[in-house]
Ligand binder design. Sequence first.
Ligand SMILES: C[S@@+](CC[C@H](N)C(=O)[O-])C[C@H]1O[C@@H](n2cnc3c(N)ncnc32)[C@H](O)[C@@H]1O
Length: 293
Amino acid sequence: MVVDGEKMEKHWCRLEREGNIGIDFIINPYLYKEIADFLCENPESKIVDFGAGTNMLAIQFMYGNSPDIPALESIKNIAQARKNIDSFIGLEGSEQLVAKAREQLGELGHPGNIDIRHFEVRHGRRKPFGDSSIALAISRNFVMHLEKSDLEYHVSEISRILKSDGKSIIAFLNPSYEQKKHLDLSPHNKPLQTNEKYSFVHGSHGEHGVFAHYWKDIDTYEKIFDKHLKIINRVECFPITDRFREKYHRYYQKDLPMALVYVLAKRQGPNHESLLPPGRQSARYIAGDTVMR
Ligand SMILES: C[S@@+](CC[C@H](N)C(=O)[O-])C[C@H]1O[C@@H](n2cnc3c(N)ncnc32)[C@H](O)[C@@H]1O
């Protein structure tokens, strides 16, 4: 069963309400650090978040309190980062989630610098921003939902809308983690192939919902990133605490980070040299400080 549409909204809202260990304790600590580091160097940044859900990332990043938000605890420059945000705009494909996000913004008194708009990312659908107008284009757990040609167009559009010194920071589930989870769940499952639509189960067996993903191997992601942008860092996300080791053993597999955060920069010209070493299939060893545990 592959769940899109209405059920997706219900599941996602429930996951947000109940907390999400994978996001709170594994992805955000790394993702928020990269976002904060970028912002500290870039005053008056316009940020866009694709597949923003209910805009929780923007709300937490701009207004969340540590220690309620574990990811913020280690981010010492958060106050400076927040000062440098001009606007934080979420684009989201589900009208119901946009409505929910608006409700939440209402509860916060409609802050002037956060917004959410309905926009579905699809091949050929131009993003509603001018060329070179955005400082930072981000997404969290979004690109797994895109079919390969939609992803390719999405990344090419990010390159178009980014300012010359702009960056894109993309956090997503490690395809190898997705693959292993898929195979572990059932001995009858065949290995996923690139662009195959499948049901990704949230939780151990779908107790938090079943979402439609298009599985893509890491080479596919990196080739698309590298074609339109410059890969400058890749961070592997492991839990920041041992607290969940027993209950959520799957997050603690050695050499199998649950998620990856890519930091991508706008290319300065058509012939700009790639940072992917020739013949290397993965960018994982590019930067000495890439792997954080
Ligand atoms: C797993 S949720 C992540 C939500 C949010 N990024 C977060 O981390 O809180 C994926 C989101 O992507 C949205 N989405 C999926 N396909 C989309 C598309 N083609 N265009 C825009 N949004 C899409 C879904 O509606 C959902 O809100």
